[in-house]
Structure formats: C-alpha cells, structure tokens
Design a protein around this ligand. Structure first.
Ligand SMILES: Nc1ncnc2c1ncn2[C@@H]1O[C@H](COP(=O)(O)OP(=O)(O)OP(=O)(O)O)[C@@H](O)[C@H]1O
Length: 327
C-alpha cells in the first residue's frame, strides 16, 4: 500500500453524498430514493438482506452504474460518467473483480499498481498486508476463492486511495483471514482513509463501523452508529438460567421479565432490566451458571429487517448526524 495518507480536512465536504437515488431493473426498484452521506475518515457499513440493493448502490457511488435519477458526488464530483480524476483517489473491490488470470499474483498486482501510477514498492507491502506474502509466484488462476478475494482487496488498496469501496470483502475468507483483514481495515481507518463496505457479518460491522445503514428492499430504513441502534431500538437482554432451577411460570412473573422461552438446556428470560431480574433471581436460584447475553447489532438488524419486510415504516434517523467524526 502507498504510505501516502490523506490530508486531514475534517469539516470539509463529505467523501460521498448520495441524494434521492433511484435505480430500477425491469420496473422493479433495486434502489429506492436513497439519500446518505459518508464523512471523510468514516468507516461506513451497508447492511441488508440478499437482493436489498447494497451492491447496486455501492456501484452507483463508484461510478460503475448509472442511477435512473438522483445524484451522487464523490469528493464533490460526480463519479458518472467515468470520472478519471477520481480514479486515483478511489479503491474498488467488487463481487466480480477482474483479474489478469495468466499472471502470477505479484505480476498482477504490479500491473494494477502501474495502471494507477502507484509506487511499485507498495506491491510487496500490500500482498503482505492481505496475507498473500507467500504467494507471489502463484498464477492467479490457481488461487483458491479466498486467496482471489485477498488479491481483489489488494488491488483496491495498492495505490493508497483515500476512499475505499469493498463489497463483501470477507465473504470468502476463513475466520483467521477475516480477523487479519479487520486489522488491515482498522489500520487504513487510522490513517484517515474513508471506507464504505457491505457485509452480511453483523459482528464484523459492529466491531468495525462508525455508522451503518440498513437497506431493505432498496430503501435505506435507518442509518446510525451500531451502539446507537442497539440503544435506540432497545433490543432486550437475555438471561440464560439452567433448566430445573426455576419453573417457567415463576420466571415469567418476576419483575422486569418480558418473556420466557426454553432453548437447549436453558430457560431464556428476555428483559430490559437485567440488574432487577438478576436481583430477583439471586435468592431463588443463585446466580451460578446464569449467563447474560447483551443485545448485539445482529439482534437489532434481525428485528428491523423482519419488521420492515412485514410493514415498511420510516424509522428514527441518524443520532450521529451532528457529531464530529474522528479519524
Ligand atoms: N444487472 C442487473 N439486472 C437486473 N437486475 C439486477 C441487476 N443487478 C441487480 N439486480 C437486481 O437488483 C436487486 C438488488 O441487487 P443487489 O445485487 O444490488 O443486492 P445486494 O443487496 O447487493 O444483494 P446480495 O447481498 O445478495 O449481494 C436484486 O433484486 C437483483 O436481482
């Protein structure tokens, strides 16, 4: 990767602005009047079920697809039609990234680096960063799916872009590869780069993203910081009590318990008042072996997407709109 870091210019225009974008295929809206801003230095995650419109929206931001209506700017300029001035400032990994399949890994990345006029010295460092350091001489068409994905990510990073678009970058990676890439992405953010990415891994989005946007059937239903979403949408905590300690009816009658189910070897108590329920349980069952599960972004996501699929309604908007973003 190039060692050049973006000049910090917080308070400047957003990295990406999307305004009322619509894109339809055959009369069906894949992206339905979406507006959002990605701030400079922000790590922004787009979440949503299969077919929700994430890739379409990201590719419109990248200038790879044309919106039917609405507007997009990247660093204040339109990415469509193909804006060559923006290319050195953007790194793009798509779900169908192209490769020079007859080249070796090192040749491929050297070629990509040369196309962008990047420092050839960045090739080795980038391959190391994505875990392909030991694969320099392997032909691209002999790589595994996960290794190809790493090479696609390297191809998006080698020229040290300010703004990085990654479409499901960890989809084909093994757990170790996923964690390694998290560190690479955190490093890029620490350098002040802006990252827009899509993922189905909610734990990952919660760990990495400053803000996430959830798309359902082409509509952006909510945008906020993961912790704000968890707080705002008030997913309940769960207390797991080993079976046999307390009967279901008695548990359901405890103050603060919203619901009780049996799952595996546990009675699962749903609550928004964990301390109160633990205090009530202690004299009845003791707390040994009682486990507490706090709500996660995944809980909130599943709740929001299920409710939106049944009855689409506007949700509370971004709590972080007026907060300064930290690089
Ligand atoms: N080139 C195309 N022609 C026709 N329909 C398309 C095209 N690209 C996408 N679509 C449709 O648009 C909708 C949104 O697709 P998109 O790939 O953007 O969703 P996604 O959220 O990225 O899905 P996934 O999580 O499965 O990657 C889907 O119904 C898809 O079938």
């Amino acid at each position: 990767m190039s060692s050049t870091s973006p000049t910090p210019d917080h308070g400047a225009q957003p990295a990406v602005t999307v305004s009322e974008v619509i894109k339809s295929y055959g009369g069906r809206r894949a992206v339905d009047e979406v507006s959002l801003e990605v701030r400079r230095g922000e790590f922004f995650g787009l979440l949503g079920p299969n077919g929700a419109g994430k890739s379409t929206l990201v590719e419109i931001m990248e200038g790879l697809r044309k919106a039917d209506s609405g507007s997009v700017t990247v660093f204040g300029e339109s990415p469509w039609p193909r804006n060559t001035a923006l290319l050195p400032r953007m790194g793009v990994q798509t779900q169908s990234s192209a490769f020079f399949v007859r080249q070796t890994v090192h040749e491929h990345l050297r070629t990509v680096a040369a196309l962008f006029g990047a420092d050839p010295g960045a090739v080795d460092a980038t391959l190391d960063a994505v875990g392909l350091g030991g694969r320099h001489g392997i032909r691209v068409d002999s790589l595994s799916g996960g290794q190809r994905q790493r090479l696609a990510i390297a191809s998006a990073l080698v020229h040290g872009p300010e703004l990085i678009f990654l479409d499901e970058p960890t989809a084909a990676l093994d757990p170790e590869g996923r964690r390694d890439l998290w560190e690479v992405l955190r490093g890029l953010k620490a350098q002040g780069r802006t990252i827009v990415y899509t993922t189905h891994h909610l734990d990952e989005a919660e760990a990495l993203c400053d803000r996430v946007g959830i798309l359902v059937a082409g509509r952006l239903v909510v945008t906020d910081a993961p912790q704000n979403l968890i707080g705002t949408f008030g997913a309940t905590s769960r207390l797991l009590v080993p079976l046999g300690r307390i009967d279901e009816q008695k548990a359901a009658s405890l103050p603060g318990v919203d619901g009780v189910t049996v799952q595996g070897g546990h009675l699962v108590l749903e609550t928004r008042a964990t301390g109160r329920v633990l205090a009530a349980l202690d004299p009845l069952t003791g707390l040994d072996g009682v486990q507490t599960r706090t709500p996660s972004l995944e809980d909130v996501y599943l709740d929001i997407t299920a409710r939106q699929s049944q009855a689409p309604t506007p949700l509370t908007t971004d709590n972080t709109n007026n907060q300064e973003q930290q690089a």
